[in-house]
Design a protein around this ligand. Structure first.
Ligand code: AKB
Length: 340
């Protein structure tokens, strides 16, 4: 029996999955296979060729996909985010590291069986950085990929390690075997900033305060932001996040000088986010109630990133700056969403 061609998306029901499936489905020629522990929303489910309910921690689920599909692109989106991972570090390691390892093995086997490298897109995170204190963070400015690779969270450690695992599969896999086996996995990672979607509300992350503020204001609910007003980290509007994955997926291999790329868009302080939300929802009840521990996590992330390698190697340029993200994407779509 011939296997059917397809692309695989793990964690497809999550925030990035929503946007990615809608974009990929515009090109009906590529069948989409999804793997997630949760069902896709019915509208999304209609856009995919096969929806598999299962976990990335179950190699048998991946073997079934291997037997049936000829996969040449993997978008491995499934992960436990930073806040959630701190409460259950062992499970986070199981999902974020062992799950990724299963997917890398899956991609290796696919590449060996169909003979082409499998392009493996891996969303890493600004959580892969760990700046020691606020003074260093202020002085560091736009952090480069090689700097401050000392994450303080389980999630950040998992992401950084999986970047290295991906590099290992791509370049050095079973380097002592008689036959060359590496090069079957074409691993490409991006260190995403906090992503803000108009369609979904995040859960389990520590950059969640910005999207939570916007969604609460639109729903007319009070919201107490858990970080200080002066807290600054990079953010990105979800359509740009999806664009990042697609641009990197289709960039010529020989142009790629890094395993993991920074990608920037805008980096407002929490107070600047509150302010721009209040411009659209003037009566919104947005206050602050500092959570010192979650604050500590956000303070260890860079205030900005140097994404010059992504710009030079594969033409990265965000479509949405801070103002445009709100005026043309977030506010109109979120208003419409909650008006229904
Ligand atoms: C989180 O807050 O854990 C994520 C991230 C920055 O990767 N949104």
């Amino acid at each position: 029996m011939l296997r059917r061609p397809g692309i695989l998306i793990t964690g497809a029901s999550g925030e990035i999955g929503h946007g990615l499936i809608s974009r990929l489905a515009q090109d009906r020629s590529t069948p989409i296979v999804t793997l997630d522990v949760r069902n896709l929303e019915p509208d999304l489910g209609k856009m995919v060729h096969r929806e598999i309910i299962g976990s990335i921690t179950d190699p048998a689920a991946l073997d079934r996909i291997l037997a049936e599909f000829d996969i040449d692109h993997v978008y491995h989106l499934a992960a436990y985010l930073s806040t959630r991972s701190e409460f259950t570090p062992v499970t986070a390691h199981e999902v974020n590291v062992e799950g990724t390892m299963n997917l890398l093995e899956f991609a290796q086997k696919q590449g060996e069986s169909h003979g082409r490298p499998v392009v493996f897109l891996y969303p890493s995170s600004i959580a892969a950085y760990g700046l020691p204190d606020l003074e260093t963070k202020a002085k560091a400015g736009k952090v480069r990929e090689e700097e401050f690779n000392t994450p303080t969270t389980m999630y950040g450690c998992n992401k950084l390690y999986c970047e290295l695992l991906g590099r290992y599969y791509a370049r050095h896999y079973k380097q002592l075997s008689a036959e060359p086996l590496s090069g079957k996995v074409d691993f490409r990672a991006v260190r995403f900033p906090g992503l803000i979607s108009a369609v979904t509300v995040p859960s389990g992350g520590t950059s969640d305060y910005a999207p939570e503020m916007i969604h609460a204001a639109a729903k007319g609910e009070a919201y107490a932001c858990f970080v200080r007003p002066d807290t600054r980290i990079p953010f990105m509007a979800m359509p740009d996040g999806v664009e990042v994955l697609l641009k990197l997926a289709y960039a010529p291999r020989e142009r790629l000088s890094k395993t993991a790329y920074n990608v920037g868009a805008f980096n407002p302080s929490a107070e600047e986010v509150r302010h721009i939300v209040l411009e659209s929802f003037p009566g919104a009840n947005l206050t602050y109630a500092n959570d010192v521990k979650r604050q500590g996590i956000v303070d260890s992330w860079p205030g900005d990133v140097n994404d010059s390698a992504a710009r030079a190697d594969w033409g990265w340029a965000p479509q949405y700056d801070f103002r445009r993200a709100f005026s043309e994407y977030l506010i109109p779509m979120i208003r419409e969403r909650y008006a229904k």
